[in-house]
Write a new protein. Structure first.
Length: 417
């Protein structure tokens, strides 16, 4: 019996810019068009550029003044409502082929499909089915899509990111046999899904410059440096990914403690860490108050409203905890891994997969005395704040201009699901 899975990862090419071209009866592959907020002037960040401009070396996310002056182009303001409608039209096409249980909407222009149960039904292999779906999208919406095909979600995604756009039919299929010849050849590291520029810098200091270097690196040292995420990096570098689409369905329904904050100004990679630290303090206080521990931590970043994008990613912890230092370190690693150097206007912290704290579970990296001392310290802080108010005890960092702790403590912040 063949237990092999068949995943498709489909992305709508230069989605916002292509929609704007199609609405105007223009060809995205021959039209120099940019989607950006005109009112922000020459410093506006492009939300999308047409494939024509990409072929001329213009990046999808860049500031207008960075586009060479020799290139003439048209600027149009973003229309998010229109893009949402077009996205829904494409999702309805996916649902003509698979059930909603086998579809994961990753972003407004990107989806994962597990087509394993449908190949016999349609009497097609995964590549042929991908070809048909892409053709249907183009016929019904005018949009061009690219597709990665793989035995797991990771390989499907990376095949799409790295190769599909270069193939004439916009499809690339990677299998386990392609790990050494294709996956390991990826360089620089930031071209790989899940490795941002900040994480790339830290990896290069370890002598890791390619995915092959990462795959062959001592996984125990990666775990020591990056925690559980280090093992995930090692697994991905070796083409290993056990996640299923059903994982993303259950994650949103389970009980969690979470805290969201819309910021009053644009924050970036450095000053956002102060906000994250303050928010982790809030969430961990709730965990301790209700005597819970979590084994899954999530970080969400929403970029400036003119960009209309962001991310939310989670990672599992080895041992359930309510320790703020562990949760904060995990959030910082997620930020380092996925942040794209764009202006930030919203932050979400979540702690899920909750369990009642029944005792103290020790880590091999800390002694019993250190663990108990930390627990007693936080218990004392919690008791003082409960009795005298949240602003009765503040970290020195809360007095910095970028801090929102004092004003937030005067309101009812976050939410408990």
């Amino acid at each position: 019996m063949d237990n092999k899975r068949h995943f498709l990862c489909i992305d709508l090419k230069s989605f916002f810019a292509s929609v704007e071209c199609i609405e105007r009866g223009l060809d995205p592959f021959t039209t120099p068009l940019v989607v950006a907020n005109k009112s922000q002037g020459n410093g506006a960040i492009t939300l999308a550029v047409t494939p024509y401009l990409k072929n001329r070396g213009v990046k999808g996310r860049t500031r207008l003044y960075e586009i060479p002056k020799t290139i003439k182009y048209t600027i149009v303001n973003p229309r998010m409502k229109l893009y949402m409608e077009k996205s829904k039209s494409v999702v309805s096409i996916y649902l003509d082929y698979v059930s909603k249980e086998d579809l994961h909407i990753y972003s407004i222009d990107e989806c994962f499909l597990d087509v394993t149960p449908y190949l016999k039904l349609y009497k097609k292999d995964d590549y042929s089915l991908a070809l048909e779906i892409l053709k249907t999208i183009e016929e019904k919406t005018g949009l061009t899509a690219t597709c990665g095909v793989g035995p797991n979600m990771l390989l499907a995604k990376v095949a799409m990111d790295i190769e599909a756009k270069h193939n004439s039919d916009c499809i690339a299929k990677w299998d386990y046999k392609d790990i050494e010849t294709k996956l390991w050849k990826i360089s620089p590291l930031s071209k790989m899904w899940g490795i941002g520029s900040h994480l790339e810098k830290r990896l290069t200091t370890l002598g890791i410059h390619s995915i092959k270097d990462l795959a062959l690196y001592d996984q125990n040292k990666l775990k020591e440096k990056f925690g559980v995420m280090g093992l995930e990096l090692w697994n991905h570098a070796n083409g290993i990914d056990t996640s299923k689409i059903s994982d993303f369905k259950t994650m949103t329904r389970e009980k969690s403690f979470s805290h969201s904050q819309v910021l009053f100004k644009d924050y970036y990679g450095e000053n956002i860490k102060l906000i994250i630290e303050e928010m982790v303090d809030v969430v961990c206080g709730r965990l301790r108050e209700d005597n819970y521990e979590c084994s899954c931590v999530g970080l969400g970043i929403g970029y400036s409203k003119t960009i209309q994008d962001g991310f939310f990613h989670t990672t599992k912890l080895e041992v359930p905890t309510s320790d703020g230092e562990i949760i904060l370190k995990t959030c910082f690693l997620l930020l380092e891994r996925y942040y794209e150097n764009l202006p930030i206007r919203k932050v979400t912290i979540s702690c899920s997969r909750l369990s009642k704290k029944l005792g103290t579970q020790l880590s091999i990296f800390s002694s019993y005395e250190e663990t108990i001392k930390s627990e007693n310290y936080h218990k004392t802080i919690d008791e003082i704040k409960l009795k005298f108010g949240k602003n009765s005890l503040l970290k020195a960092s809360s007095l910095l201009p970028d801090s929102t702790a004092i004003s937030r403590n005067e309101k009812i912040g976050g939410h408990h699901e």
